[in-house]
Design a protein around this ligand. Sequence first.
Ligand code: DGL
Length: 303
Amino acid sequence: MQQGAIGVFDSGVGGLTVVRALRALLPHETILYLGDTARVPYGTRSGDTVRRYSLEALRFLEVASRELDLRKRQASQPPEQSPPLPLKMVIIACNTATAYALSALRERCSIPVIGVIRSAVWKAMQLSKSRRVGIIGTAGTVRSGAYQSSIRSADPSAVVLAKACPLLVPLVEEGWLDHPVTDLTLATYLAEYKESSIDTLILGCTHYPLLRGAVDRYFGQSVALVDPSESVSQEATLLLQKRGWLASEGQEGELICFVTDTPHRFQQVAHRFLGGAPQRVEQVDLSQYVRGIGAQEANDHRI
Ligand code: DGL
C-alpha cells in the first residue's frame, strides 16, 4: 500500500475520460487532474510547444501533490511528523502530449509516467485479425507518427492508416454525440477506412470515446474500437498492483481538478466526459510552478 496521489494531465477537459475509467477501476485513489484549459488545443501545436507545456504540467503536479499532502497533515490532530509523500504515478491522458512528451517526462521523473499510446496499441494488436488498423487523432498526434511506429514495431507486417479528424473535438464538446452533423463528419473522415477494410480502429484522442456509438453506427459494428482511456487505466492498475502501491480500501477516493483558465467552461462540459460533475475545481497559474523549465530544456528532449 502506498499513499500519495495519481497525477493526470491533459490539454483540457477531454482527459476526464481517462479519470472516469480510472475511478471505475481504482475507486480508492486520490487523483489530481490538470486541464491546461488556457492553452488548449495541443493538437494543432508544434512538438516542441507540446513538450514544454507537458513538462510544466508535470512540474505543477509534483508541487501540487506535496502541497495537498501538507494541507492534509496540518489538518490532522496531532499533526503528522512523517516525511512528505511523493506523487506515485503520472498519467498523460492527452494523446498529443503522449506522442511528443512521454520520453521527456520519463527522463525527468523518478516515478512511473505512462501515456495512452502503448496500451492502446497493445489492445489493438490483440483485437485485430486482419492486421489492418486505423487510427484517428489530432493533427499533432497523426503527424508525430507515434501510434504508427508503435504498431509497426509490434507487428512489422501490419497495415496502418492514420487520419487527423480536427472537427470532432468541438462537436463532442458541443454535446453533438448523436447528431446528423457529427454522423456526416464521421462518414467523411472514415470513408477511406471503410474502403480499406480495416478491422480495428484506435480512438486516439481524449474526446473520441464519446463518439463510440456514432462510429459503431457508421461501421455497422464491423470494426473493433479501442478506447485508450480504458487501456491506460488497466495498465495503471496493473502497475500499481505489481508494485504494491494501491491505496488502502479504507481510503475514500478523491478527485481534485485544476484548470489554467477560469473553471466556468470546464464545469459546464466536464460531466459529459466524467459521467458526473467534478466536486472540486481550482484555477491555477502554472507560471508560479515552472521556474527552471525553459524552452531549452524542452528542446533538449526533441524527438
Ligand atoms: N486532448 C487532446 C488529445 O487527446 C485533444 C484536444 C487537443 O487538441 O488539445 O490529443
